[in-house]
Ligand binder design. Structure first.
Ligand SMILES: Nc1nc2c(c(=O)[nH]1)N[C@H]1C(S)=C(S)[C@@H](COP(=O)(O)O)O[C@H]1N2
Ligand SMILES: [Mo]
Length: 537
């Protein structure tokens, strides 16, 4: 009984620590709360293969899984600490401080962290250590006053005893301060819950300015609108991804446990570094006043395995990055510029390096302010992100952008490069079967096999489908929007009953046909043919 209550005390202590830290983090910044900070550190320290596994298996829920995992571990440790504290009260409280120190170190060492970020963990741990001490003190056995055995004919037996809890309702005879414990535990839980809720409210209202600034952002009509999507770009086959991916369906891949909420009014972008003759700083309004261009561009994540979901096509509005760089005096290496890498930094400390040559080669490399007709959603980088057609997101698409530094690939490795991904990574030619789904059982007869294929900035020339390793059949391609967008395709399959393996491969407009050789996503993108097995009844 006391053991269980000690474990419960530990749990309450853990809850107190997190709740108090949440409240204090509102005074620092939400990212400084310990679970977020430790989660961020775990993300940064996770080996690429494991991270890839997490992205693949938990998808966009990977962060939720991570945080729940941290909470579960913490709960286990907290219970253990409670049990230890029963014997060694001070040791228990000291252990709580150790956990606080872990949170503090994680928070301070975040790329965007500073010393103040330690405060939530430290204060949370101090309060929690005191609460633990208080609770286990109530659980400590008291030596009861000697009393006379109630019965017994042969006289008095003097018992000096510690009485185990017998479930009796009152304090007397239970061996520890049962009522005191219940009161202290209830008070601790209630106060912590109050602190936690208040902290979350405050943290949410801290983002109110950003939410308001996004709500009142009006994107002027672009001076260079995207041409209308050709009627034939969407084949309208059931089960096939729509040509334009809506913002809510657009995949999200990033390391941010707390989505940065930036007030556009206070946002600034700095361009500086090697070969920059005129360092420049832009406000959001500065960008809005410039010539805006609108383009359809398909974005792909390097962590997308063959057949995977981390690809989407949107209509972006933004300013030409090459123009800003030219104004800053930047020349690409081919014109004698000293910098071959442009490193984009986000407010949350992400670094993403892109080749200057590619960004300035005439393609529609954008600082995007809008996505599918609205300001960027917070999840996708409000107020400003980069988009470069033809480059995987991790080498081009920095969200919550705040700084562009010109440097060289020899001098600086960006975030993912430090984690064994390639310095440079053009998007590989790929194709995916969207319908039929794996293990579907379509009726024999004509079955449309359809999907998407992409080879950004090269364009798709041909898609072929084969069944059970037989001859390749040329699929019908949807109309091409631009060579920076994916392309739908369909082939009408005369399906016969039995189990069948469907395979697809694409050829890009450079004449390259997808290899069947399967390689994984690390270090620069998966290859191989997507295949789907179906059972026709
Ligand atoms: N600040 C920041 N920007 C980032 C990332 C990130 O983790 N942090 N991830 C990159 C990766 S790996 C990809 S694939 C794209 C994904 O953009 P999306 O989430 O809008 O689809 O964002 C890129 N930009
Ligand atoms: Mo990515």
């Amino acid at each position: 009984m006391r053991g269980a209550l000690a474990a419960l005390s530990g749990l309450i202590t853990g809850f107190t620590a997190l709740a108090v830290a949440e409240l204090v983090s509102a005074a620092v910044r939400p990212e400084a709360s310990p679970v977020t900070a430790v989660g961020g550190a775990v993300i940064d320290l996770t080996p690429p293969a494991l991270k890839d596994f997490a992205v693949r298996n938990f998808g966009t829920n990977d962060k939720l899984v991570l945080q729940l995992g941290i909470l579960a571990l913490l709960a286990l440790f907290a219970m253990a600490v409670g049990v230890v504290a029963l014997r060694h009260r001070l040791a228990g409280s000291a252990a709580v401080l150790v956990f606080g120190a872990i949170g503090a170190v994680a928070a301070v060492s975040r790329p965007d962290g500073g010393l103040p970020d330690a405060v939530p963990s430290v204060v949370g741990a101090l309060v929690a250590g005191a609460v633990l001490y208080l609770l286990v003190t109530r659980l400590t056995l008291r030596t009861l006053r000697p009393y006379r055995a109630a019965t017994g004919t042969d006289g008095a037996t003097l018992q000096d005893t510690t009485v185990q809890d017998t479930g009796g309702g009152s304090d007397t005879g239970s061996g520890f301060d049962r009522r005191g414990f219940v009161i202290a535990a209830t008070a601790a839980v209630a106060a912590s819950a109050g602190a936690g809720v208040l902290g979350q409210r405050l943290n949410a209202s801290g983002a109110a300015g950003a939410v308001e600034s996004r709500a009142k952002t009006v994107l002027p009509p672009p001076s260079s609108p995207a041409r209308p999507v050709p009627a034939g770009a969407d084949l309208k086959v059931r089960g096939l991804s729509s040509f334009t991916t809506s913002n809510k369906d657009f995949y999200r891949v990033d390391t941010a446990l707390v989505v940065p909420k930036i007030d556009a009014a206070s946002w600034r972008l700095r361009i500086h570094g090697k070969g920059v003759t005129r360092p420049l700083t832009f406000s959001f309004d500065d960008l809005l006043r410039r010539e805006l261009i609108e383009r359809d561009i398909t974005l792909t994540c390097v962590s997308n395995e063959v057949g995977g979901p981390y690809v989407g096509n949107a209509r972006w509005i933004g300013v030409r990055l090459a123009d800003l760089l030219s104004e800053a005096g930047v020349r690409p290496p081919s014109k004698g510029g000293p910098a071959d890498q442009i490193v984009a930094r986000s407010v949350d400390g992400m670094t993403i390096g892109s080749p200057v040559e590619t960004v300035m080669d005439g393609r529609d490399a954008l600082l995007a302010l809008g996505m599918n007709g609205e300001p960027l959603p917070f999840d996708h980088g409000f107020p400003v992100r980069m988009i470069v057609p033809g480059l995987y997101g991790y080498v081009s698409a920095c969200k919550w952008l705040q700084d562009l530094e010109l440097t060289t690939f020899a001098d600086y490795d960006a975030y993912w490069v430090k984690r064994s991904w390639s310095r440079q990574a053009p998007i590989k030619t790929e194709s995916r079967i969207d319908t039929p789904r794996p293990f579907a059982s379509p009726k024999a007869g004509t079955v449309p096999i359809a999907g998407v294929a992409w080879a950004q900035h090269r364009g798709i020339a041909r898609v072929e489908v084969r069944v059970d390793g037989g001859p390749w059949h040329t699929a019908r391609l949807a109309a091409q929007d631009t060579k920076d967008t994916w392309r739908q395709w369909v082939w009408e399959w005369p399906a016969t009953s039995g189990n069948h393996t469907l395979e697809v491969r694409a050829t890009d407009q450079d004449g390259y046909t997808q290899t069947d050789q399967r390689v994984g996503t690390v270090p620069n993108g998966a290859t191989g043919w997507h295949s789907v097995v179906v059972a026709v009844p």
